[in-house]
Design a protein around this ligand. Structure first.
Ligand code: ATP
Length: 639
């Protein structure tokens, strides 16, 4: 028996050693991947270290929230690499060009993969060390990444990058770039498998905290017992999710012997609201605090007025209520409205473009003023509140009991009773509780469930959510405790649009235009084409390749003058079609409930757009016009 392997403090693990492990795991059979990682953790890492995070933030970079944003996406990274390698002579410029064209892959077989393109045309020549000889430790590696995230200055970032390039081998540098891009490492081991190397309960704790550093610290010892999970103020949890069921009949068969409630499925943004005294945080579905970025915080005073406790955590959905038409705005409008709340240029009379916003707002005008809108927090659950005299986590209690506590925690307001306004927009909190809200009813039999579902279709809502009243709230669970039924169909509209630009794909679609920017004219006979929507699904690989072949000699970098695109937020494809007359007409389908959009010249776009087929038989004269589209109302299409 040989000597036991050397154990390392995580920060002293050689970066090259970790890269060897990553290579092994990547190539291993699926069933062996976690075993390799587990062996590394158990045999090579210091026992019960306080610092496993240094290792796991390298294995799971997309879950690392500790370091600020590097402001480095692929295109920027290409520039930093080029600067770092000092590519100036003409030979090197060819390499730089190749790297900048990584998407199209015109000059490389690795089209669509920046890391592999960089390896091929840059790293192999410029990295300073042969494989396995680098002396950089993991601690030093992360020290450099900290520096990389400190500013957006190209010179400073490239100085850090050149240190990495000189200290690592080309193969190691590939792994380093993946960590920097914070993409998944594609090891094939899965988040759960990797986390299980730290501790069997690591995934569960991550779901409850969304904090990898904390997970590594609290569960640094395999014998550590995870106390039953509790909600903590200011610490976001992965939200509970719903199982999708296709028919009322099968949903009913799952709940018929139990007490259940049927709720409207609101079509807004899932927000976990944490109130801690005066501070209100709005965590999105992926755990980011959207308060300051979204404009919700401008309404915190209003929301606080209706929350009866200094401290509490609510689960719910943010939607926008149109006080004029007495309907909720469709999904796409919310982002638009909350941006205007923060805008210095907006006032109560600023118009919000709703266009053919259909369904939830049938019969309304296409524009509404900001002062006619109310941001509504629909609270459907309470996770932390006062219970039996003390403030505590209540997720272990049955939903029925949590409903009772929700009613005590929040005093719902009538619409427009709040005088506090953000650019004219008011806000309020409502609770959906069975028997007290039109959006929630106690379930009885299959017929009434069917009726509720039919009503939701009629009102063109997103569907219904059925919840067992005995169920606990479980972070990240997608179980039969919550079932969602959505209509099989959305009322669809068909639009004939022309491809005016394209986006290169990645992976097996690397080098091929795999998404398209679609243009339509405003009116029949117009020579100008307005950007209208972006699509990437609905066609087969073969059809995409055929489109690519047809367009490849007709592509330019700047938009031709006959295209109308809008301001700073407009969609910019990787390549524009020079001559739309020689382009491809696609039949595009999407939900008739079009959404307002600042990204397209039409100012309104399709929801869930996808290609139905290529219309070889149609040309520019046959395109659907924006005027025609505005005429289509949801009610015309409901059978
Ligand atoms: P979807 O696109 O259907 O929203 P999803 O994967 O984002 O899917 P699911 O868990 O499948 O989420 O569906 C539950 C989602 O529905 C929640 O995340 C929430 O945003 C939304 N929702 C709307 N109304 C309710 C409600 N009354 N109760 C629970 N969730 C609701």
């Amino acid at each position: 028996m040989g000597p036991p392997p050397q154990r390392y403090a995580p920060k002293d693990v050689p970066f090259s050693g970790l890269c060897q492990l990553l290579d092994v795991v990547k190539d291993a059979q699926k069933s062996k991947k976690t075993k390799h990682l587990m062996h590394f953790h158990d045999s090579y890492l210091e026992e019960n270290s306080e610092d496993y995070f240094t290792v796991y933030r390298t294995l799971l970079p997309h879950m690392d929230r500790e370091r600020g944003y590097y402001a480095i996406k692929e295109q920027r990274l290409a520039k930093v690499l080029i600067e770092a390698c000092g590519l100036s002579n003409s030979d090197a410029q060819t390499d730089a060009k190749k790297l900048l064209n990584w998407r199209s892959g015109a000059t490389s077989k690795w089209a669509g993969d920046l890391v592999e393109t960089a390896y091929e045309c840059l790293l192999v020549k410029h990295c300073g060390k042969p494989r396995g000889t680098s002396r950089m430790t993991l601690g030093e590696f992360h020290g450099l990444l900290d520096k990389l995230s400190e500013g957006q200055d190209l010179k400073r970032q490239s100085a850090v990058m050149s240190k990495l390039i000189l200290s690592l081998s080309p193969e190691e540098m590939k792994w380093a770039l993946r960590v920097i891009l914070k993409t998944k490492m594609h090891l094939g081991a899965g988040e759960k498998g990797i986390l299980s190397c730290i501790h069997p309960m690591a995934q569960e704790l991550y779901n409850m905290t969304m904090n990898l550093k904390k997970v590594c610290r609290l569960l640094n010892n395999k014998a550590a017992v995870l106390e039953s999970q509790k909600v903590k103020l200011g610490s976001v949890m992965r939200p509970q999710l719903a199982e999708r069921i296709n028919t009322v009949e099968s949903a009913y068969s799952k709940v018929k012997d139990k007490e259940f409630v049927v709720e409207t499925k609101f079509d807004g943004e899932r927000i976990q609201l944490h109130r801690q005294g005066d501070d209100v945080k709005y965590y999105s579905r992926n755990g980011l605090d959207h308060g300051s970025t979204s404009g919700y915080s401008a309404l915190s005073d209003v929301f606080r007025k209706q929350i009866n406790l200094q401290d509490c955590v609510l689960d719910g959905e943010i939607v926008v209520w149109n006080k004029k038409s007495q309907k909720f705005l469709p999904f796409g409008s919310i982002k638009h409205v909350v941006t205007l709340i923060r805008s210095e240029d907006a006032t109560g009379t600023t118009a919000v473009q709703l266009s053919n916003d259909g369904a939830t707002d049938k019969g309304s005008e296409s524009q509404v003023k900001l002062k006619d809108l109310e941001v509504t927090y629909v609270a459907f659950d309470v996770l932390y509140t006062r219970y039996e005299g003390s403030m505590q986590s209540v997720i272990h209690l049955p939903l029925k009991e949590r409903h009772r506590l929700l009613a005590q925690t929040v005093t719902p307001a009538e619409t427009d009773t709040n005088e506090i306004k953000a650019n004219g927009v008011t806000g309020r909190v409502i609770c959906i509780l069975p028997g007290e809200s039109e959006y929630s009813r106690l379930g009885t039999d299959e017929a009434s469930l069917q009726k509720q579902f039919d009503e939701s279709i009629e009102k063109m809502e997103e569907g219904i959510v059925i919840k067992l009243l005995c169920s606990q709230w479980i972070a990240a669970s997608r179980s039969s405790d919550w079932l969602k039924i959505k209509p099989d169909y959305v009322t669809e509209v068909e639009v004939d649009g022309v491809v005016i630009g394209g986006y290169y794909g990645t992976g097996k679609r690397g080098g091929v235009l795999a998404q398209y920017l679609i243009g339509i004219p405003k009116a029949k006979g117009d020579e100008f084409l307005l950007s209208f929507c972006k699509i990437g699904t609905g066609l087969t690989d073969g059809e995409m390749q055929a489109i690519h072949r047809k367009l490849q000699d007709n592509l330019v970098d700047t938009p031709p003058p006959m295209y109308r695109i809008t301001g700073s937020a407009s969609e910019k494809p990787h390549a524009w079609v020079r001559d739309p007359d020689k382009s491809v007409v696609l039949e595009v389908i999407g939900d008739v409930r079009t959404i307002p959009s600042g990204s397209f010249a039409t100012e309104t776009s399709l929801r869930f757009p996808r290609a139905k087929r290529i219309r070889h038989d149609k040309g520019l004269r046959d395109l659907t016009t924006l005027e025609e589209l505005k005429e289509v109302k949801p009610k015309d299409l409901v059978e």
